[in-house]
Design a protein around this ligand. Structure first.
Ligand code: NI
Length: 138
């Protein structure tokens, strides 16, 4: 268990009101929780920018009737074995598939993989959700 550090923050009135609005919109229970989340979010972005080990998930929605697309998505994943931990395929409905690919490792590689999958013709929607282990790359 880590120590809890308390500190005060001074904000001008306008910024403070906008911050309270944000807290309501995002349904944070209090200001501390909101600030913790913002700090973590920024640290994760820094990890992604400066090359610490990252973890995340790529999601793809595509029409499985397009056989060429399926082959391409599989080929790309085989080329990025080092970044992929696991992949889950879900048959959403008669036409659509959802693929969730768990990724870990070098941020540049993971981002390249996400861009290549997104660029496959026939992929309807794709997201990359970024997180971090906080560990430096070895
Ligand atoms: Ni399917």
């Amino acid at each position: 268990m880590s120590w809890l550090i308390r500190f005060g923050i001074s904000l001008d009135k306008e910024l403070s009101e906008r911050f309270d609005d944000l807290i309501r919109r995002k349904a944070y229970t209090n200001r501390s929780e909101a600030i913790r989340d913002l700090i973590r979010q920024d640290l994760v972005e820094q990890e992604w920018l400066h090359g610490g080990e990252v973890a995340g998930a790529i999601t793809l929605i595509y029409n499985h009737h397009k056989r060429e697309l399926l082959n391409k998505i599989t080929d790309i994943q085989h080329d990025f074995q080092n970044s992929i931990i696991s992949a889950q395929h879900i048959h959403l409905d008669h036409h659509n598939c959802l693929e969730i690919i768990a990724v870990k490792g070098n941020p540049a590689e993971v981002q390249k993989l996400a861009s290549m999958l997104k660029a496959v013709k026939g992929v309807k929607h794709s997201t990359l959700s970024m997180s971090t282990t906080g560990k430096a790359l070895t």
